[in-house]
Write a protein that binds this ligand. Structure first.
Ligand SMILES: C[S@@+](CC[C@H](N)C(=O)[O-])C[C@H]1O[C@@H](n2cnc3c(N)ncnc32)[C@H](O)[C@@H]1O
Length: 390
């Protein structure tokens, strides 16, 4: 394997020479590399760094970071250099021998030999071994190529009294309803494409996480959810808490869609749905997607760190505005306009008009064509019509 040295955040690390794994569209294809490194996931790693810093800013304690699917170990290295600075230990594993060998050299390059321990292992065995060896696990990052579902049980089982657990999914076809049978098989959920498929994907992923934590008698509190072109990421605070686990499972349910794929109503598990529901999506997470004080803390940490990509902070700014709008789903304004055969209005004017009428509205980070609002669809269409006549 020919190598080059890459830089990300405060880390320097060896990776396979990336231009040798270029697709015909000019993008690097990390799954072709002998050791996986995806430069387009920098924003994901930035958010991991920020989430751990935010947790500590809010009084949480992190002594250990666990990365069971580590690739080049760039994430563990970054966490130690950027979140846990002078203390903290990381435990990493990968099933690939080549990855583990590269990890060892990358750990050495960053002078972290005494603080990152890496081994060749299946992720599940690794997590269960940490648990049975009594290692206090304060944070875990599950970052597979595909679905994280296979690792959830072992990851949640291995956490101590309280931990921050981040999960990334790249199987967006299954989570957004393009491959219904895969979605059903993998997440035990009926998923249909809709105007707000990306949010549905996030909620299905979160629902799966909550189901597993609940049967393991852990409460799972969602701290942040994030969509990017090729992945969905959800971060939770997990606690050993039987009563909390029973409470949180009550926020699972179904979303009812109308025939245009718009959100119509939500039903908690056990509640009978109204007649006239065109499609039922779920079970999925119906609770909050973001914890406001956590997002505040992530943003204020992010503003202090000049080495992060601008993308993380930019997305957090949109999330900061959309989390204030308490609404399930968002509207694809381009889709509505094409259905009504109207020009797309200026988003800022549309948001202003909704606000003037007493409704909350914001752009959504899930989709550049979307607006999150608590206004009913009929009113939204009326405003769009009036704006396109001016
Ligand atoms: C998406 S990459 C990880 C990227 C890394 N977390 C980062 O931030 O750059 C997924 C990694 O999981 C490894 N892997 C796949 N199946 C595994 C398993 N069952 N146990 C452990 N590692 C596995 C692959 O070799 C690959 O390196």
């Amino acid at each position: 394997m020919r190598e080059e040295v890459a830089r990300e955040g405060l880390a320097r690390f060896y990776i396979p020479v990336s231009h040798e794994y270029m697709r015909s569209d000019g993008k690097i294809e990390p799954s072709w590399m002998p050791v996986f490194y995806n430069p387009y996931s920098q924003v994901n790693r930035d958010l991991t760094v920020l989430a751990l810093r935010a947790h500590m800013k809010l009084g949480g304690r992190i002594r250990t970071f666990v990365e069971p699917l580590a690739g080049s170990c760039v994430r563990s290295i970054r966490v130690l250099l950027e979140s846990l600075n002078d203390y903290g230990i990381a435990y990493a594993s990968d099933i690939s021998q080549a990855a583990v060998e590269l990890c060892k050299r990358n750990i050495e390059l960053n002078d972290l030999n005494t603080r990152i321990f890496v081994e060749k292992s299946d992720a599940r065995l690794f997590l269960l071994k940490l648990d049975s060896n009594g290692v206090p696990v304060d944070s875990i990052d599950i970052d597979p190529y595909g679905s994280p579902i296979y690792y959830l049980d072992a990851a949640i089982k291995s956490v101590g009294k309280e931990a921050i657990v981040s999960v990334t999914a790249t199987d967006l076809g299954a989570l957004t309803g393009r491959y219904k049978d895969v979605g059903l098989r993998r997440y035990s959920a009926y998923i249909y494409p809709s105007e707000f498929s990306k949010e549905i994907g996030a909620r299905v992923l979160m629902g799966a996480f909550v189901k597993v934590s609940s049967y393991l008698e852990r409460s799972a509190e969602p701290l942040m959810t994030f969509y990017h072109e090729h992945f969905l990421k959800a971060i939770f605070k997990i606690k050993r808490d039987r009563r909390g686990a029973s409470n949180v499972i009550n926020d699972l349910g179904f979303m009812c869609l109308d025939k245009d794929g718009n959100f119509k109503a939500a039903y908690r598990i056990g509640e009978p749905p109204e007649l006239g529901c065109f499609k039922m999506v779920g079970p999925l997470w119906l609770g909050e997607l973001w914890d406001e004080s956590f997002i505040d803390a992530m943003m204020s940490e992010g503003k202090q760190l000049s080495f992060l990509s601008g993308e993380a902070l930019k997305s957090l700014e949109v999330i900061y505005s959309e989390m204030k709008v308490k609404a399930l789903g968002y509207y694809d304004i381009h889709h509505i306009c094409s259905r009504l055969k109207l020009n797309v209005p200026s988003f800022s004017t549309l948001i202003k008009r909704l606000n003037e009428l007493g409704y909350k509205a914001s752009r959504t980070h899930f989709d550049r064509r979307g607006i999150r609002t608590n206004a009913p669809i009929e009113l939204l269409e009326k405003i769009i019509k009036s704006l396109s006549q001016n």
